[in-house]
Design a protein around this ligand. Structure first.
Ligand SMILES: [Fe+2]
Ligand SMILES: [Fe+2]
Length: 372
């Protein structure tokens, strides 16, 4: 019999059964039939509030960049499949997650390289960090990519990444819901029979057709569960944030935060994962709040720090940090003259769709966490 553990709590309504000789014998009998008494584990499996296994942390780009570039000499995309250094949250090593149910990695490609086309049930967002000439082909649609642009490769779409021969080495952040889809035991993976796709449309057609603010192309039909606007560009995003900043104070908790949308539904870009970009004005210090859902932040611009569960994490351009579910967080732009922009990949669409979203403001201390 496995070692018996009894999770007792001396609170009305919670399980609090003391062990007796008779009960221990009874638990032993149950275990022989692969069964157990709920009251011994109920307090563990139903915590009072979410208890994330993820550790709040920052991955500094200056620490990782040269190691990412070194992988170019060590492995080929042909052999590695994808040449990626993944972000391993110490609390989530068992599922290879960067935070919660989100996987993330830094991928590098040389000019002229192409990774083989494939598709899987997991959805991905590829956020470009540096380099020129990067492109992704999604179901025959070729999207060209520059720094701080991102491209969707939603579940079930054929996709391949490459860098044109005239380009420079490109590094980007991959973010996928692999751990989530694996947790649901629903992940399939297929390699394209030809290892590559034919480009079947005008380059960047989906963003040109669907990415115009306030305008929907007449006659174009789209009924898939993800956005037809496969690529979201940095410059129009940054422009929009600046316009928003001139018109609104935004939120005390998030500063000026804009969510990337599926232009057909007005909902998130994909069903399981979403993305947002938030701008912190010079010197802005947001109030702390917490909510369900995990966030992986990528510093698109600027420098500052975030306080997560009472601990300070400094960041600057292209650093990545995570905010686990239900962790208190507030962000600070350290610059007195420049804005800072944080890209966030999150599982909020899944949280909302499943009715699990909850949010709370940090009431004490004028809304700021004491730093531990
Ligand atoms: Fe993929
Ligand atoms: Fe938040």
């Amino acid at each position: 019999m496995a070692k018996h553990v009894n999770y007792r709590e001396d609170v009305a309504g919670r399980a609090n059964v003391e062990d007796t000789e008779e009960l221990l014998a009874y638990y032993g009998e149950l275990s022989k039939f692969d069964a157990g008494a709920l009251w011994t584990v109920a307090n563990k499996i139903e915590p009072w509030e979410p208890k994330s296994q993820s550790v709040p942390m920052v991955w500094r780009y200056r620490d990782l960049r040269e190691h990412v570039l070194r992988s170019v000499e060590l492995v080929t995309p042909e052999k590695a499949g994808r040449r990626v250094i993944y972000l391993n949250n110490p609390g989530r090593s068992d599922v290879a997650a960067a935070v919660g149910w989100i996987y993330a990695g830094l991928q590098v490609m040389k000019p002229g390289e192409v990774a083989s086309a494939h598709r899987h049930s997991a959805s991905a967002i590829r956020f470009i960090i540096e380099g020129s000439g990067a492109y992704t082909v999604v179901d025959g649609h070729k999207m060209t990519l520059g720094a701080n642009d991102f491209v969707l490769t939603p579940n079930g779409t054929w996709h391949e990444h490459g860098v044109s021969a005239e380009g420079t080495p490109c590094i980007w952040q991959d973010g996928l819901d692999i751990p989530f889809v694996n947790a649901l035991e629903a992940n399939f993976y297929e390699v394209h029979p030809d290892l590559g796709q034919k480009v079947a449309y005008e380059v960047d057609d989906m963003t040109k057709a669907w990415g115009n603010p306030g305008l929907r192309p007449m006659g174009e039909q789209w009924s898939k569960g993800y956005s037809p606007m496969f690529k979201y560009e940095w410059l129009p995003t940054y422009d929009s944030l600046k316009k928003y900043a001139s018109a609104s104070y935004g939120s005390p908790y998030d500063g000026l935060l804009m969510e990337y949308l599926n232009p057909v539904t007005g909902g998130p870009v994909m069903q399981t994962m979403g993305a947002s970009m938030q701008m912190l004005r010079p010197g802005e210090h947001t109030k702390a709040h917490r909510h369900t859902g995990s966030g992986l932040f990528h510093v698109a611009k600027g420098a500052g720090y975030s306080v997560i569960n009472g601990k300070r994490f400094d960041w600057r351009e292209h650093d990545i940090f995570c905010v686990p579910s239900w962790a208190w967080h507030e962000h600070v732009n350290s610059s007195a003259s420049d804005d800072a922009c944080l890209f966030c990949l999150s599982d909020l669409p899944a949280m909302r769709a499943l009715g699990l979203y909850r949010e709370q403001g940090f009431g004490d201390n004028q809304g700021h966490q004491p730093i531990i």
